[in-house]
Every structure is written in C-alpha cells, then in structure tokens.
Design a protein around this ligand. Structure first.
Ligand SMILES: [Zn+2]
Length: 295
C-alpha cells in the first residue's frame, strides 16, 4: 500500500537504526519522479522537498508541486514511505498554502530571530500543523550558506545544546535543524566539518530527532558517522544543490532556470536529466545516508 506519511515514524526509525532519511530538493516538478523512483529501487524511505525561496526562484507553486508529487505516487504506487516536505520557509502564508496543497510536513525557519521570538512563531506553526497531522521542523542556531539559495545569511552560529533542549520542550517540534559546521550550497571556499561532540550533547539533552542541512558536498564518511552516533545523531539529511547541478549538466546549462524554462526542453533531454538525478539519489541513499532497505 502506498504510504504518504509525515516525518514521525521515519525519523524515529532512522534514529533507532543508525541511518538518516534523505530530504531531496527537486526544485522542478519534473525531478520529483526520479527521486521517488530511486527510493523504490533502493527500498528506502524518502522525503521530497521544496523551499520558499525555490518557489519564488523557479516560479513553481506549492500547489503545482504537490499535484505532481501525488501524480507520481499514483503512477508508481511506492511501497516505501514518502513524505512531501516544505523546506526553509519564513512566512505563515506559504506554510498555510503548502498545508492546504497536501504537504505532510513543513519547516518554519525563524532562526534569524532571537530565541524567544523563534519559540513563539515555531509554536504557532506547530499548533496549526499538528491539528492536521502534519509534522514541523524548526531551526535553532544559524546554518551558513555558500550560495545564498536556501537562506540569505552567511553567518554561522553553532546550536547551543542547552538552548536546543529548552527549544524542543517549549515548542513540541517534530525535528530540529541544527548548526554543527555544515553550510548550504557547494563547498568551493570553505571546507565542511561536523562537530560530532556537539551533536551528541544535543542528543543527550533532547529526544527530538535532529536534521543536518547543507548535505551537498560533505564527505560521505562524515554523514554516515553523524547518522550512526550511538546517541541518535542526525536522522534527516537535506540534499539540495547536488540534484540541480546534475540536471543542469545534462541539459547543458550553468545557471538556474524557471520551471517553465525546463519544460521547454525535449522529452528526450528531460528523460536523460531524470535518469542522471535518479542515479545520483540512489547513490546518496546507498553510500551516504545508509537508508537502503530500511523502508
Ligand atoms: Zn537548509
């Protein structure tokens, strides 16, 4: 039976079994299919995501994205758990629209605010979402960026374990994105690093599953280790940039494009791009997240 789920069971299972579920940014509706195909082929749970910035940049609505997600689910009838997740979002209107469109999980990113304001807005989203059995991810600390795609700030502020404990208890979030050394985008300047001690400290203080952002370009052994920490480690890893780069290489472009622009390419090229993305996602599932055969 096809199971479109929220994050609860998937992240609990991942934490208990030493792997991480991949949260893949499709960015274009045409790339939803290969992500779910890859999960089916590897018998892995999978999260398909779209952020508020991507909605604006690629000119794709949450509704159109959800429509294609559910079309693919209908077509493939996957037996693996699949989640439709709204990545980094700041405005409640976008969160509301995504929930109405059928997203089963949402992220409120109020990490730029001070602790109390972050708690207040996150709590508000948790109340809206939990009524509808939708899970919520929040962020505490600041995750830097190398390309300003997912976030605007390139300021890094590591998550403080004691604050994470208070934040999770006060907001009742389902998972927490932590800043432990990774950055969004591709690492051309800075070298990625993961502060494992800090992850363990946070795990010890709160049972809330943790999320690692900035998964593109981090060496696989670092991610495998972060997911397998005996304290639980990270249970969800966001992989954003790599997929789009793979697609752009196939179509022969170097920059971003809109949803509409991608749709002007021939079926043949789209097919090749999808194939490349499917292989990349399968590789990430097998060698990076360790989530194959964990569905
Ligand atoms: Zn992120």
């Amino acid at each position: 039976m096809t199971k479109v789920d929220n994050l609860t069971n998937i992240l609990r299972h991942a934490a208990e079994n030493g792997y991480a579920a991949g949260s893949f940014s499709a960015r274009y509706t045409k790339l939803i299919l290969p992500i779910i195909q890859a999960a089916v082929n590897t018998n892995s749970p999978v999260i398909v995501q779209l952020s508020e910035k991507e909605i604006i940049r690629h000119k794709v609505s949450a509704e159109a994205f959800a429509k294609e997600f559910y079309r693919v689910v209908e077509e493939l009838q996957p037996k693996v758990p699949v989640v439709l997740h709204l990545d980094h979002t700041k405005t409640l209107e976008t969160i509301q629209a995504a929930m109405d469109a059928g997203f089963t999980s949402v992220m409120i990113d109020a990490s730029e605010k001070n602790f109390d304001d972050n708690v207040a807005v996150t709590k508000q989203v948790v109340e809206m979402a939990h009524r509808r059995n939708i899970t919520v991810e929040a962020e505490l600390g600041k995750i830097g960026t190398t390309d300003f795609v997912e976030t605007d700030h390139d300021e890094e502020m590591y998550t403080i374990p004691e604050e994470a404990k208070m934040f999770c208890a006060q907001t009742d979030v389902d998972c927490l994105a932590v800043s432990v050394g990774t950055a969004h985008g591709v690492y051309t300047v800075r070298q990625p690093n993961i502060d494992f001690k800090r992850l363990e400290e946070i795990n010890k203080l709160t049972p809330t599953p943790l999320v690692l952002h900035g998964g593109s370009g981090v060496p696989s052994e670092m991610v495998v280790k972060a997911a397998a920490l005996p304290t639980g480690g990270v249970s969800k890893v966001n992989i954003a940039t790599d997929l789009e780069l793979e697609m752009l290489a196939v179509v022969g472009r170097s920059g971003h494009m809109t949803e509409e622009e991608l749709n002007t390419y021939s079926d043949d090229i789209i097919e090749k791009a999808r194939e490349a993305v499917r292989l990349l996602v399968e590789d990430k599932i097998r060698h990076y997240l360790g989530s194959s055969n964990k569905a």
